[in-house]
Design a binder for this molecule. Structure first.
Ligand code: SF4
Length: 466
């Protein structure tokens, strides 16, 4: 039988400055491989000739590519328009288009209008059946994958995307019980924390070519004692396997509570962690439902210090635009992040993503500012203000973000952090690259904010005139 051709495409959003590798070469270190497509490719039988295209690395000439039998494209919220554009092109050629992923699950009607078939939930459980249906020309309009069995998650096809990336990618767990108000992980991947078999993770790690790896789990270590025990077993197995990889992951702050866990993580190759501190105040944490960070006696500064003592760098993430946030919040976040001692600061605008509790709340209060969909999804990157914030106008919240960046990423601030790493932990290069990448994007961000203000202004003039 002739091979059937399958294209899996990761669409880009031109408004996301992070993927703008040409304008800031440091961004190369912040572009992640589209792991979900590599996992789908791993589930695809060999009679399919599978190619993955990542538009973040470069948009190919689709017209010059051989016509596929099936076209698969994930629908994430911010690149949804680009996904629809590329899907439209292939549909015009008569190629059936399948879309799936978190946006397809949360905005089913919108995606159904733009694809021949839509997958909701996690795709592993239904992908082989979908391919079989496609082969026989009998694709269904909708497939519901639900939650996948973690021992059925195949090895991702790391071989299909070579070059252009500083980091490989792997997933070891899914799901989160914490259900923060702004996050759709609990709704999409479930409240139950599910873990892949350790032996699978270690074997897949071996198949990754890149020396540096991003563990894409929403929380690698989990929150309960049995989760932590599993994380320790995983780290022991990774260390024993002598993988010789350096990896970074997202974790909750309880990572710092267990010295054995920290030592094992470092031994297994952990070089950095992203931690969501979210808000500098307990009221802010209560507002967004991140009570986990409010544990009595929690000392963030001491926690960061304990993590860094194991030569693990810390990227602190905060959100700006909570109801409690007033003018001055930008500077306050920069100061607090410096006090905590994080190596990098990542601040995001509070964004009501579809499927979150925040979306329901802001919709019911008529506070979604950019609401012409699907066009406005391109601004739902978390790097643009898209809602009406309680104490901060559009101009004010942008000023707060710029002020925060300016304070934290001043040259003196960068020099201090690099110097600290040089004499304490001997890992100054990653800190330097990370800091310069954020600093380098400042100008790009200011231009993007100016464009957004114009767009927002035009939008509201139109509404007034009509
Ligand atoms: S933000 Fe993190 S901790 Fe909160 S629900 Fe999402 S994955 Fe869980």
């Amino acid at each position: 039988m002739d091979a059937m051709r399958l294209y899996l495409i990761n669409p880009s959003n031109p408004l996301v400055s992070i993927v703008n590798v040409k304008e800031s070469r440091w961004n190369r270190y912040r572009v992640w491989k589209p792991l979900s497509l590599m996992v789908l490719a791993g589930l695809t039988p060999p009679e399919w000739e599978t190619a993955i295209v990542d538009e973040n690395i470069g948009v190919p000439d689709y017209q010059a590519m051989p016509r596929p039998a099936l076209f698969g494209i994930p629908a994430f919220t911010s690149p949804a328009n680009r996904a629809y554009e590329v899907a439209g092109y292939f549909r015009s050629l008569g190629v059936p288009v399948v879309m799936g992923g978190i946006h397809a699950t949360m905005c089913l009607d919108e995606v159904m209008q733009r694809a021949d078939s839509v997958v909701t939930g996690e795709a592993e459980g239904i992908w082989p059946q979908l391919l079989e249906d496609a082969r026989h020309g009998s694709l269904k309009r909708r497939y519901d994958g639900g939650l996948a069995e973690m021992n059925g998650v195949p090895f991702a096809r790391h071989d299909l995307l070579n070059g252009g990336y500083a980091f490989g990618a792997i997933q070891t767990t899914r799901g989160c019980p914490l259900n923060c108000i702004f996050c759709s992980v609990t709704r999409f991947n479930g409240a139950k924390y599910r873990q892949r078999p350790i032996v699978d993770v270690v074997r897949e790690f071996r198949s990754i070519r890149e020396k540096h790896v991003l563990v894409v789990d929403d929380n690698l270590i989990g929150t309960r004692p049995e989760h932590i025990a599993r994380a320790k077993d995983l780290f022991r197995a990774m260390a024993q396997a002598k993988l010789r990889k350096k990896w970074i992951a997202q974790v909750t702050i309880n990572f710092a509570d267990d010295e054995e866990l920290l030592a094992l993580a470092a031994k297994a190759g952990c070089s950095g962690v992203f931690i969501g501190f979210e808000s500098p105040s307990p009221e802010g944490l209560r507002e967004i439902g991140k009570k986990f960070n409010l544990l009595k006696g929690r000392d963030f500064r001491a926690s960061v210090r304990r993590i860094r003592r194991h030569k693990i760098l810390v990227v602190g993430s905060f959100i700006i635009g909570l109801d409690i946030d007033e003018p001055g919040i930008g500077k306050r976040i920069a100061e607090v992040a410096s006090q905590y001692g994080v190596d990098n600061l990542n601040v995001l605008f509070l964004t009501p993503l579809p499927g979150t509790r925040l979306w329901d709340q802001m919709t019911s209060q008529d506070r979604i500012g950019l609401d012409t969909f699907p066009e406005d999804w391109k601004y739902y990157t978390l790097t643009f203000p898209v809602a009406r914030y309680k104490h901060l106008s559009l101009d004010a919240i942008i000023d707060e973000m710029i002020c925060c960046d300016r304070h934290f990423y001043s040259m003196s601030g960068i020099a201090r952090r690099v110097w600290t790493n040089l004499w304490q932990y001997r890992k100054p290069l990653i800190t330097l690259v990370g800091n310069l990448s954020y600093r380098g994007n400042r100008q790009l961000n200011c231009k993007a904010y100016a464009d957004l203000k114009r767009y927002w202004g035009n939008r509201h003039n139109c509404v007034k005139q009509s």
